[in-house]
Design a protein around this ligand. Structure first.
Ligand code: PGA
Length: 260
């Protein structure tokens, strides 16, 4: 089956509202009517909360999805500094990135928290973009598949039966490739993506395994994305550095538009 490609920018802790508006002006100028683009390829941006409004306004009616970069799993309460799924929905967001390696590394986000966030997003009708990936040492020790399997299954254990019925996306992001310029080769990425699709098959069945998008992330850019997107199990990308400039990111969208 052909899965619609999904290209998501991850702006991390970058851009002011004025810079976001500028980005979308140029992005639209290069790509033309974004509605025509998003009919063929899903385009999303994970942005800081201060930009939710500006990004939603700048992309209104285009089909571009705005995502958070994190969310709390509780519905509301005394959780200073956190945002709930209801708040994301209220802000017009499509979903959230969860379990990014920077959150795991610097903010002690573990598989259980990722699973609870996945559960809360899915129950609220929002899209969880679940990040998994091994460190350099883990790859060198041949543990990549074990690490990714554990991350997926230990999170999934906290997703209720009801929430499992809803769509999710997996982003395979080898930690050693993030922000380093060391992209996984298309073959390395394809191997892990295939394994992840097998995990989805095991827990969700064949149909869901075939329809669920698995994205690659880690130094994906305008030069290497076409080759990665050609692999049968790579359904798009989660892109950090190369999503900050409209000139670069629009080239990647163009590559996704023609990728089979
Ligand atoms: P990068 O980041 O493209 O800058 O490597 C990817 C990510 O962290 O999602």
């Amino acid at each position: 089956m052909t899965r619609k490609k999904f290209l998501a920018g991850n702006w991390k802790m970058q851009k002011t509202r004025a810079e976001a508006s500028e980005f979308f002006q140029l992005f639209t100028k290069i790509l033309g009517d974004l509605k025509n683009v998003t009919r063929v390829v899903d385009v999303a941006f994970g942005v800081p909360a201060t930009l939710f409004d500006a990004c939603s306004t700048n992309t209104a009616g285009s089909g571009v999805k705005i995502l958070a970069q994190n969310v709390h799993f509780e519905k509301q309460g005394a959780f200073t500094g956190e945002l709930s799924t209801g708040m994301l929905a209220d802000a017009g967001l499509a979903g959230s990135i969860i379990g990014h390696s920077e959150r795991r590394q610097y903010f002690a986000e573990n598989d259980e928290a990722v699973g609870k966030k996945w559960n809360a997003l899915a129950l609220r009708g929002l899209l969880p973009v679940v990040c998994v990936g091994e460190t350099k040492a883990e790859r060198e020790q041949g543990k990549t598949n074990d690490v990714v399997t554990k991350q997926f299954e230990a999170s999934f254990a906290h997703v209720s039966v009801e929430a499992r019925a809803n769509e999710f996306i997996v982003a395979y992001e080898p930690v050693w490739a993030i922000g380093t310029g060391l992209t996984a080769t298309p073959e390395q990425a394809e191997d892990v993506h295939k394994m992840i699709r097998g995990l989805i098959d095991k827990h969700f069945g064949k149909e869901r395994a075939e329809s669920t998008r698995v994205l690659y992330g880690g130094s994906m850019n305008a030069l290497n994305c076409a080759e990665l997107l050609q692999k049968p199990n790579i359904d798009g990308g989660l892109i950090g550095g190369a999503s900050l400039k409209p000139e670069d990111f629009s080239k990647m969208v163009q590559a996704a538009l023609v990728a089979k």
